[in-house]
Design a protein around this ligand. Structure first.
Ligand code: G
Ligand code: G
Ligand code: NA
Ligand code: MN
Length: 257
């Protein structure tokens, strides 16, 4: 089947009626295991070809200029789900949404603020993750958009930090609140080594800039312990939870007395 065509068809009306849904994955504080936030992630089961891997449909969408439609659907659904998420976790949690770096242009602010307003979600609950698959060509223009978002109290994160283009130049130019340390860099052990030294340096660098660090790809308790010992406060990964639909995010059952 012609995936670009199927994707365009799915996104032209209401993506939720064409197999798109939003999964959530917890972001956890290492010290006490509390879920501080969830990341909203797009999933697509095409009515024609079945489940399509997100790496596949996201890259097709980016090539065909459709990724904004996915980002906007996920943003709106995440805002619509904010109240239910607060019920699941017993208190409000922050919500991270991905926004393609190509989307860092004037107009993004209006779309994001409109979604928050539509669903009555405070700006302080939202984190916009800049997901960079292409080089950000104009960092000055991108920084202006980041500043506009932050002027509303929306926080901004650099996603997959360290895996892509120009990580330090981005950190130099973009006034972000959070860095998400890419899983290729969090493959560290408790034993001191070069990988650990690199993680520690990124954490120190971010501390100096008042930027919080979330370590991605935390799959094992030893990795969580290593990152925590390197000064990282938060992590995300299969250890803490797979991405899943809202109805599968359940608080622990109250044990029988
Ligand atoms: O969730 P998973 O690791 O399978 O996602 C694969 C890739 O797709 C990741 O790079 C992730 O950031 C990206 N992705 C998932 N949901 C969205 C989305 O709503 N918008 C954008 N731009 N990228 C997304
Ligand atoms: O690029 P981004 O960080 O937005 O991608 C998030 C995606 O990474 C999730 O949707 C999920 O599919 C994937 N992911 C989440 N936790 C882990 C993990 O512990 N290990 C691996 N390999 N992938 C993960
Ligand atoms: Na990403
Ligand atoms: Mn992300």
């Amino acid at each position: 089947a012609d995936l670009p065509h199927l994707l365009a068809q799915a996104l032209e009306s209401h993506p939720g009626d064409a197999g798109f849904e939003v999964f959530y994955q917890p972001i956890v504080r290492f010290t006490d295991g509390a879920t501080v936030a969830v990341e909203a992630l797009a999933r697509w089961t095409s009515p024609v070809v079945g489940p399509v891997h997100p790496d596949v449909f996201v890259s097709v969408a980016e090539r065909t200029g459709l990724v904004a439609a996915i980002d906007d659907f996920v943003l709106d659904q995440a805002c619509a789900d904010a109240a239910s998420l607060a019920v699941v976790f017993g208190r409000p949690v922050d919500m991270h949404v991905n926004v393609s770096a190509a989307r860092l242009a004037p107009g993004l602010e209006d779309v994001v603020v409109a979604a928050l307003t539509r669903h009555g979600v405070p700006a302080s609950r939202l984190v916009v993750e800049i997901t960079e698959t292409r080089r950000i060509s104009d960092l000055t223009a991108a920084a202006a958009v980041v500043t506009r978002l932050r002027s509303h109290g929306i926080r901004v994160a650099l996603d997959d930090f360290g895996s892509g283009f120009n990580a330090l130049a981005q950190l130099h130019s973009l006034p972000v609140d959070i860095v998400k340390l890419d899983s290729t860099l969090t493959d560290v052990d408790v034993a001191p080594d070069q990988a650990g030294a690199l993680c520690r340096s990124v954490v120190t660098l971010c501390d100096g800039l008042n930027i919080a660090v979330v370590a991605e790809g935390i799959e094992t308790p030893s990795r969580a312990a290593a990152l925590a010992s390197l000064g990282c406060l938060m992590g995300q990964g299969y250890l803490f939870g797979q991405p899943g639909p809202l109805h599968r995010l359940q608080p622990p059952a109250i044990p029988a007395q």
